[in-house]
Design a binder for this molecule. Structure first.
Ligand code: ADP
Length: 171
C-alpha cells in the first residue's frame, strides 16, 4: 500500500510527479496556493488553464507543471465553507477522490496535496484534515497508484491537525 507523509513546506518547491492546486472554478488563478502555483509555474500554466473551460467544485482537471519541479498540476475546486450544512463535506471528499483518480489515469507515483478549502474558503482545518486523510487512506487501500501521498501544511496549525490524525490509531 502507498505511503502517506506530512511536511510543512511551500508546495511549489516539491519534487513529486503531481501537485494539487486548490483552485477556484474559473481556473484563471487566484490567491493563496493557487497564486503561488501560477507564479512558480509561469505564464504558460494560465494559457493551458484558459483552454479548460473552468472546473466545478469537487472536480479535478490536469495540466502540465511548466516551470515547477512537478510534471503535472491537478486543479481541483474545493467548497466554500457555509457552516457545514450545504454539502461542503461531500464536495471536499470529491476533490480528493477525483484528484486521486487523475493520478490513476496518469499512472503517476507521487502527489502532494495542500489543505484544500481551509484558507480563503474557510473550511475548519481539523474537519478538512479528517476528510483528506480518510479519502487518501481509502484510495490507497484499493489502488496501486499513487505510491506516495504528501500532505503539505503551510502553517503550524495545519501541520498539527494532520499530525494528530496521522498518528492516531486507525479506525
Ligand atoms: P482555498 O481557497 O481552497 O481555501 P487557499 O489557497 O486559500 O485555498 O488555502 C488552502 C491552504 O493552502 C491553506 O492552508 C493555505 O495556508 C495553504 N497555502 C497557501 N500557499 C501555499 C503554498 N505555497 N504551499 C502550500 N500550501 C499553501
Amino acid at each position: 500500500m502507498g505511503s502517506i507523509e506530512l511536511v510543512q513546506a511551500d508546495i511549489t518547491t516539491l519534487t513529486v510527479d503531481a501537485i494539487v492546486n486548490a483552485a477556484n472554478s474559473s481556473l484563471l488563478g487566484g490567491g493563496g496556493v493557487d497564486g503561488a502555483i501560477h507564479r512558480a509555474a509561469g505564464p504558460d500554466l494560465l494559457k493551458e488553464c484558459r483552454l479548460l473551460g473552468g472546473c466545478e467544485p469537487g472536480e479535478a482537471k490536469v495540466t502540465a507543471g511548466y516551470r515547477l519541479p512537478a510534471r503535472w498540476v491537478i486543479h481541483t475546486v474545493g467548497p466554500v465553507w457555509r457552516g457545514g450544512r450545504s454539502g461542503e463535506e461531500e464536495v471536499l471528499r470529491d476533490c480528493y477522490r477525483h484528484s486521486l483518480e487523475q493520478m490513476v489515469r496518469l499512472r503517476a507515483a507521487s502527489v502532494a496535496f495542500p489543505s484544500i478549502s481551509t484558507g480563503l474558503y474557510g473550511y475548519p482545518v481539523e474537519r478538512a484534515a479528517r476528510v483528506a486523510v480518510q479519502e487518501v487512506q481509502r484510495h490507497l487501500a484499493e489502488s496501486p497508484w499513487p505510491e506516495r501521498v504528501v500532505f503539505v501544511a503551510f502553517d503550524p496549525a495545519t501541520y498539527e491537525a494532520y499530525r494528530a490524525l496521522l498518528e492516531a490509531p486507525a479506525g
